[in-house]
Design a protein around this ligand. Structure first.
Ligand code: NDP
Ligand code: MG
Length: 390
């Protein structure tokens, strides 16, 4: 069966790991298309190595820089706001691996599903924002959405041990991030360097900050509700600092099925590409003959309010997910550019959620409007906050 893969966000952490996996797997797996935003040199290296027939560059000035070398290689270049959408719909693509960061990946994820492509989804923000549209569209078109996120891949694999109505609950594990044992005061004023210093995973900047605030787990809770059609009450979050047990499913008979592997995204990426089959993997294997310890502890909702906010948002539904996600994206970018303290990120998200009137059964326009509203609201809040601080 043909396995032509379009990688959206190929220059990022997941994108690069996906290219390694495709290279490791070999034919019939091959790269059919790549997309990048600004990292042109990296993209050009990838293009020379994998020779996809088509490439999308979403940042206009970066696109100008790569136009000539691509022309010389005989590779088509798509640019402009709809470039990724066009890429996701290409006729000679079977699987779209969505690894763009943020809600910027939503239109292309929707386009892939609308065009009947299998969607291997790393871009959790698109589900958090628009799961209410993406999931029904995938069902209607008979399109599989295969999770790349390690926890959801683990749940997806464990789910195969029973039937949907036999699931008692899902247990999502979280590393706890760099501030797992930090005090509230230390968390409030944590530096960017400390927040980027993740103990177990090496990832892109935004998700690393999300892991430090635990908004990553907040997004993942909502992602799991959509992917597995579960209410938030059936999903529990547990801190597991070793990041070996990637998540678990408890069935009605009391059996708990877990998926274990060393923390390496190549394992879930490969499973999403080869599903329903398993092929030899390239990552280091689990070695339980060496002394090791698996710890599990409950999350602290006072130090990590993101978890509490996520349960609230998952219960509310409608436009609440879009607001949580966009407010978080906006606050993270304010933190990384030095405008707000680390502890202010979750405060900003909570304020935006409190000011938002949730709209139920939203259209795509409603969700995009809620996303824009949340970003503006956070920016305004930050300006007032800066004024207050000065
Ligand atoms: P990175 O920041 O490493 O990569 C992001 C990718 O998206 C890059 O290719 C970047 O292009 C591209 N991009 C950024 N902004 C835009 C934009 N506005 N329009 C189009 N493309 C854009 O992120 P990660 O790989 O870490 O994460 C990607 C997604 O996967 C996120 O949703 C994350 O939550 C999820 N995920 C990541 C995991 C990980 O281990 N990294 C684990 C589980 C999920 P360029 O670099 O060329 O500018
Ligand atoms: Mg994850």
């Amino acid at each position: 069966m043909s396995k032509r893969i379009a990688i959206l966000g190929s220059t990022g952490s997941i994108g690069c790991s996906t290219l390694d996996v495709v290279e490791h797997l070999g034919p019939p797996y091959r790269v059919a298309a790549l997309s990048a935003h600004r990292q042109i040199d990296k993209l050009l290296d990838q293009v020379r190595r994998h020779r996809p027939p088509v490439v999308a560059v979403t940042d206009e000035s970066s696109a100008q820089k790569i136009a000539r070398p691509l022309r010389d290689l005989g590779i088509e270049l798509l640019t402009g706001p709809d470039a990724m959408v066009e890429l996701a719909q290409q006729a000679d693509v079977d699987i779209v691996l969505a690894a763009v960061v943020g809600a910027a990946g939503l239109p292309a994820a929707m386009a892939a599903v609308a065009a009947g492509k299998t969607l291997a989804l790393a871009n959790k923000e698109s589900l958090v924002c628009a799961g209410s549209l993406l999931i029904p569209l995938a069902r209607k078109n008979g399109v599989p959405i295969l999770p790349v996120d390690s926890e959801h891949s683990a749940v997806f694999q464990a789910m195969q041990c029973g039937r949907g109505h036999e699931v008692k609950r899902v247990i999502l594990t979280a590393s706890g991030g760099p501030f797992r044992t930090a005090t509230l005061d230390q968390i409030r004023n944590a530096s960017l360097a400390d927040a980027l210093n993740h103990p177990t995973w090496k990832m892109g900047g935004k998700i690393t900050i999300d892991s430090a605030t635990m908004f990553n787990k907040a997004l993942e809770l909502i992602e799991a509700c959509w992917l597995f059609d579960l209410p938030p009450e059936k999903i529990e979050i547990v801190i597991h600092p070793e990041s070996i047990v990637h998540s678990m499913v408890e069935f009605v008979d009391g059996s708990v099925i877990a998926q274990l592997s060393p923390p390496d995204m190549k394992t879930p990426i490969q499973y999403a590409l080869t599903y329903p089959h398993r092929l030899p993997g390239s990552s280091p294997k689990l070695d339980l003959t060496k002394p090791c310890q698996f710890r599990f502890e409950p999350p602290d909702l006072d130090r990590f309010p993101a978890i509490r906010l996520a349960y609230d948002v998952a219960r509310k539904g409608g436009t609440a997910g879009a607001v949580l996600n966009a407010a978080n994206e906006s606050a993270v970018s304010a933190f990384t550019s030095g405008k707000i303290a680390f502890g202010t990120i979750s405060h900003m998200v909570e304020l935006a959620l409190n000011q938002h009137n949730v709209k139920h059964n939203p259209s795509l326009d409603d969700l995009l409007a809620a996303d824009r509203w949340a970003r503006t609201t956070v920016q305004n809040l930050i300006q007032t906050h800066e004024a207050a601080v000065v």
